[in-house]
Design a protein around this ligand. Structure first.
Ligand code: GLA
Length: 346
């Protein structure tokens, strides 16, 4: 196990940004920068031992600052959408940025993906970790409360990238943190993800309107094109859910325990990735808005990466029946997600 660091670039304000390289003994190497907590690359071997980078991204800090569609970052204070950019808490209405049509997305104009986190590294026999801390000030992007956040990325000797999220507040607020990595298990530069097989361990999903805002209804997946309870080829289903998958699956984990949420397998490389989480939902997004953006030695067209964003349901602050995203002073927000990499020899 090893962890090293170097300078990634300099912010316009003059602050230096670092990039950390976490590696284990089975050839997995993960690069993470403390700008936005972005996972910049994940190198993993395929079934023949050939190494490829399986996440979309950029080579330079400038590109992350100027044009990133949330590649690899930590999303917060509230991942996904809040309808009309407003919510009420303890009789006060809070107003947020409307940065996607008439609605709020991924924490606003300057979300947790665009701030500098304080890094701290640690190492044990079986793992290496990068702990990132960020204090989101009371009123930042319209949200109440000073929110002290900690995100710990750990690479283990079992080929897992584990992400632990913690937060505390001094005023009642809402929190929903996730990671927005775009994966392509054939390699980030290998084009459409249609050959990937995916399984999501969910029987239900949250219905949305034409602006991706939940209607509040939780519907059965059985019999719909969204059903992924059995392994399905992404390319087979994607045409039926135009412009692609961008849905919150309601995971089968009623008691908030860690469960397997998804399993993805890419046959040509043999690479497989399992996702485990204690969150109640997962947004399966197939890069529908990618439109030929130039990245690391590649041009990313629509459907060239997929995200598995573990989360509480979109717009929970406005839908009392959804699991609560409210955090009060004295409470501890904690959640965890693990992406586990493997290869299948068939
Ligand atoms: C999430 C959303 C998508 C889109 C992407 C970012 O996955 O669900 O609709 O906003 O983030 O482009």
């Amino acid at each position: 196990m090893n962890i090293t660091e170097k300078v990634f670039g300099t912010l316009p304000c003059g602050e230096k940004v670092r990039i950390f390289t976490l590696s284990n003994d089975s050839s997995i190497t993960v690069k993470i920068t403390n700008y936005g907590g972005i996972v910049q690359s994940i190198l993993t071997p395929d079934k023949n031992g050939n190494i490829a980078d399986v996440v979309l991204g950029f080579d330079t800090l400038e590109e992350y600052i100027n044009k990133s569609p949330y590649f690899g970052c930590i999303v917060g204070r509230y991942a996904n959408r809040i309808a009309k950019g407003r919510f009420k808490l303890e009789n006060t209405e809070y107003v947020l940025a409307k940065n996607t049509g008439n609605n709020h997305l991924h924490g606003g104009n300057v979300g947790f993906d665009k701030v500098l986190w304080e890094p701290k590294i640690s190492q044990s026999k079986d793992s290496v970790s990068l702990e990132l801390t960020y204090l989101s000030k009371d009123g930042e992007e319209g949200y109440p409360g000073n929110l002290l956040c900690k995100v710990i990325y750990t690479l283990t000797c079992d080929d897992e990238l584990k992400i632990q999220y913690h937060a505390t507040t001094d005023k009642t607020t809402v929190v929903n943190l996730t990671n927005h990595s775009y994966f392509n298990l054939a390699g980030h530069d290998s084009g459409k993800i249609y050959n990937h097989m995916i399984q999501i361990f969910a029987d239900k999903y949250t219905e949305v309107d034409e602006n991706f805002i939940p209607t509040g209804r939780i519907l059965q997946l059985a019999g719909t094109a969204l059903n992924l309870t059995r392994p399905a080829k992404i390319g087979d289903g994607i045409g039926k859910v135009s412009p692609g998958f961008d849905h919150n699956y309601v995971l089968n984990n009623d008691n908030a325990s860690v469960v397997k949420a998804a399993e993805v397998y890419e046959p040509s490389s043999g690479r497989m990735m399992q996702t485990f989480t204690d969150e109640p939902g997962i947004q399966f997004y197939t890069g529908n808005f990618l439109d030929g953006i130039k990245g690391k030695n590649a041009v990313y067209e629509k459907h060239t990466g997929f995200c598995l964003e573990t989360q509480h349901y979109p717009d929970s602050p406005n839908i009392p029946d959804f699991p609560s995203t409210v955090l009060k002073p004295g409470m501890q927000y904690s959640s965890q997600t693990t992406y586990k990499f493997a290869v299948k020899h068939e």
